[in-house]
Design a protein around this ligand. Structure first.
Ligand code: SF4
Length: 398
């Protein structure tokens, strides 16, 4: 099996922004085609992981290709309903339904991070009903500020490492893991650079395009994605020189709070109404790219420390990093005009956090809007109307 690793430097092919973005859009909109193509280019095992608390670097260093399972095909959701309560979140029902109907057969393995009651239940049922050759959970501590959290995570990583080695037949050396960590760090840095460009120049790089790029980054191997990203950033910088625009200030600035940007068309709506998403708390957004892994010292300790330091999320409690304070800080730092909560129906962790966050934002005079959505099944008309009215209200208050 070929081990993914540092790639030889290639001559960067000049390309315009539309062409460069088109490559990412294609991947984000047809993940199955992307993973099949990428997997066929190298003989590697594709190991899926549910978003986004699995240490991908560890999977990568085992010579496998980590693929973020973003539920995108709702057609088979009824198959999941035979095993799960209909009040389980649509993300899990959709992903499980796809697996039951053979829609994830391109994966050889799956890792489920145990972050909430739903993931805990789904993992056990999934493993019994439709297991992959390799199927593991990754047990996350809930209270991240406890002294035992780091040791607990280290134990989990040790267990996952041993299972990956057994499955791939390859020992994970400190050097392999170090190489993977460096690759992922460089990649996150590029995505942050892209995000910063989007915030400064939404007229060139809109919301949907930016978030499609981030989403596509957990669908294809990082080596390939990094190459595409370099080309895109190059094209964007060339475009900026041509247009000679300064920093745009006129658009309404919003922050998205929640787990996923679902439905994807929400970003198109924000583009249409002239708003720019200047920050988010999303697992498929900023939370995925925000922090890096230390490149010196024990790589397992470094991976655990990154996990514990990631931006707050509803599934975890961390008194040292309060979610409401972090959200308010983000609002101040990004000069956001308002916050849009995007909640998947029946996502209990987000539902529990919402009153507390809303109270904090209300007290600080930050306007908010809450949307309740479902993977692949929303009334876009209603979203358009509500988001449009909210942005208009923020515009009027500017
Ligand atoms: S955190 Fe929410 S969206 Fe994610 S799996 Fe759990 S219930 Fe579903």
């Amino acid at each position: 099996m070929e081990r993914p690793g540092p790639q030889p430097k290639k001559e960067m092919q000049a390309i315009n922004v539309t062409e460069a973005l088109g490559e990412f859009q294609q991947i984000a909109r047809d993940p199955a085609a992307a993973v099949k193509k990428a997997a066929s280019e190298k003989i590697v095992r594709v190991i899926g992981h549910l978003p986004t608390d699995v240490p991908e670097e560890l999977v990568h260093s085992a010579g496998a290709y980590p693929f973020g399972v973003v539920a995108y095909d709702r057609r088979q959701i009824s198959q999941a309903d035979a095993h799960l309560q209909t009040w389980a979140c649509s993300l899990m029902r959709c992903a499980f339904g796809m697996a039951l109907s053979g829609g994830l057969d391109y994966l050889q393995g799956l890792i489920v991070p145990t972050i909430c009651d739903t993931t805990r239940t789904v993992y056990t049922i999934w493993k019994k009903v439709r297991p992959f050759h390799f199927m593991e959970n990754f047990l996350m501590p809930r209270q991240l500020d406890r002294p035992s959290a780091k040791n607990y995570l280290l134990g989990e990583m040790g267990r996952l490492k041993a299972r990956l080695e057994q499955f791939t037949g390859r020992k994970i050396t400190a050097q392999d893991l170090g190489n993977s960590i460096r690759l992922y760090n460089r990649h996150r840095a590029l995505l942050r650079r892209l995000f910063e460009f989007h915030v400064r120049h939404p007229e060139i790089l809109g919301n949907r395009a930016t978030y499609d790029v981030i989403k596509s980054s957990f669908l294809i191997p990082k080596e390939n994605h990094q190459e595409l990203l370099n080309r895109l950033i190059n094209a964007l910088e060339q475009e900026l020189l041509k247009l000679k625009t300064g920093r745009e200030k006129t658009r309404v600035r919003v922050i998205l709070s929640g787990k996923l940007w679902e439905p994807p068309a929400l970003m198109d709506v924000l583009d249409e109404v002239g708003a720019v998403c200047v920050g988010d708390e999303l697992c498929t957004g900023w939370r995925y790219i925000a922090n890096d892994v230390k490149e010196n010292g024990d790589p397992y300790v470094a991976l655990a420390e990154r996990q514990l330091a990631r931006p707050p999320f509803a599934c975890f409690v961390n008194k040292k990093q309060d979610r409401k304070d972090a959200l308010l800080k983000k609002v101040r730092e990004t000069q956001a005009d308002g916050v849009i909560f995007v909640h998947l129906k029946f996502c209990e962790p987000e539902n529990y956090d919402y009153p507390y966050l809303k109270e904090g934002l209300d007290a600080a005079g930050v306007p908010t809007l809450r949307l309740e959505t479902e993977v692949g099944n929303v009334s876009l008309g209603q979203i358009k109307t509500r988001v449009g009215a909210f942005i208009e209200m923020l515009e009027g208050a500017k």
